[in-house]
Design a protein around this ligand. Structure first.
Ligand code: GDP
Ligand code: CA
Length: 337
């Protein structure tokens, strides 16, 4: 079985850990958001790819949710002693090695997808069935427009989140470079060949949003033969972690599990999803979304550990398959076989 998962960093990697444990025999390709990427101190930093790689490879600091376990910060302290900015972004000593390798390879002309594969030969060596694909090899960066009293200005998403903790209202969002970007090698093929496509509970605005905005990816999802099943990261009207509630208003979507599902849309109505999963506390949202044409079921969606996550992924997939089977009977989808 070939599974494709769309994901960001912390939430996305926990979801993929669950999928790996739900379907240990499957080939899993993860299409990872790269619009959080930033160049600092001359180094190309890809937060979501690294969180994914370290988490799946067993090198993550699981308490922090990002960066390496047993990390030290001596280089960061030295940079601070020089008064070098930006000082708000934490680059650990171990993490730094990853960035040196990546930046050298990019400077030598390798595309990000090849660099990612090279880094993964270390981290995912024992998991050849797991493949990380950056959404694009092209540079795409999310910028957030704020007004800090001296007028409107656009800042990089990392500055908005890491330095400003998403406190100023986000007035607008720009995905710099998105229109010229193309999907990275393997991305469209993986979607076309997939037996199952999962949209993780990652941030709909800055993780899943950019992936869907890469020209060609949304269409590839819409025309994929595989059922597409999505999982809400909004539980009880708020994200479990992160700043989705600060950014959903920018794209005009309510901070609500039904609203996010309907934003992705039901496939028969030109959207992406065959089925949508919301938390058991959001049964009302499930009814709202279902009534609006998106088959939705409420189950426990808290990712305590990979085993719990695996359970809800399996029940979500079963639900998605039953929705597809029903529609097939009604002659609304082509039989892939
Ligand atoms: P980031 O790139 O590190 O911000 O991580 P992602 O975008 O991949 O994931 C962040 C999203 O995951 C947030 O919107 C959270 O609400 C969601 N999330 C985190 N933990 C959980 C959980 O236990 N269950 C569910 N359903 N969503 C979660
Ligand atoms: Ca991210």
């Amino acid at each position: 079985m070939q599974i494709v998962i769309l994901a960001g960093g912390v939430g996305g990697s926990r979801f993929v850990s669950g999928a790996r444990s739900a379907y240990p025999e499957a080939d899993i390709s993860v299409i990872v958001n790269t619009a959080d990427d930033i160049t600092l101190h001359g180094l190309r930093i890809c937060p979501d790819l690294d969180t994914m790689m370290y988490t799946l490879g067993g090198g993550i600091d699981s308490e922090r949710g990002w960066g390496r376990t047993e990390e030290t910060w001596r280089v960061k302290d030295e940079l601070a002693a020089y008064g070098v900015e930006p000082s708000w972004f934490g680059l650990g000593d171990l993490d730094l090695a990853t960035h040196l390798v990546r930046t050298q390879m990019l400077d030598a002309g390798y595309p990000l997808s090849a660099v990612t594969a090279a880094l993964c030969t270390r981290w995912l060596r024992e998991q050849p069935q797991l493949r990380l694909l950056p959404m694009s090899d092209d540079r795409v960066e999310t910028h957030i427009v704020i007004d800090d009293g001296s007028g409107r200005r656009a800042i990089h998403f990392q500055e908005y989140w890491v330095r400003l903790h998403a406190v100023p209202d986000a007035l607008d969002m720009v995905r710099v470079g998105i229109d010229q970007a193309t999907a990275a090698p393997g991305v469209l093929r993986a979607l076309a060949d997939a037996d199952l496509i999962l949209v993780g509970p990652s941030n709909p605005v800055v993780s899943i949003g950019p992936i869907l905005a890469v020209p060609g990816i949304r269409a590839a999802l819409q025309s994929a033969q595989a059922p597409v099943v999505g999982f809400s990261g909004i539980l009880g009207g708020a994200p479990v972690l992160g700043m989705a509630h600060r950014l959903l208003p920018v794209i005009g979507v309510e901070v609500d599990a039904a609203a996010v599902g309907l934003h992705y849309g039901a496939r028969p109505a030109g959207g992406l999803l065959d089925a949508w999963l919301v938390d058991s506390g959001d049964a009302a949202a499930a009814r709202t979304a279902t009534a609006a044409g998106l088959p939705t079921r409420a189950v426990d969606l808290v990712m305590h550990d990979p085993a719990t996550t695996a359970r809800f992924i399996r029940s979500g997939v079963d639900f998605g398959l039953s929705v597809r089977a029903q529609r097939m009977q009604l002659g609304q989808v082509r039989d892939a076989s």
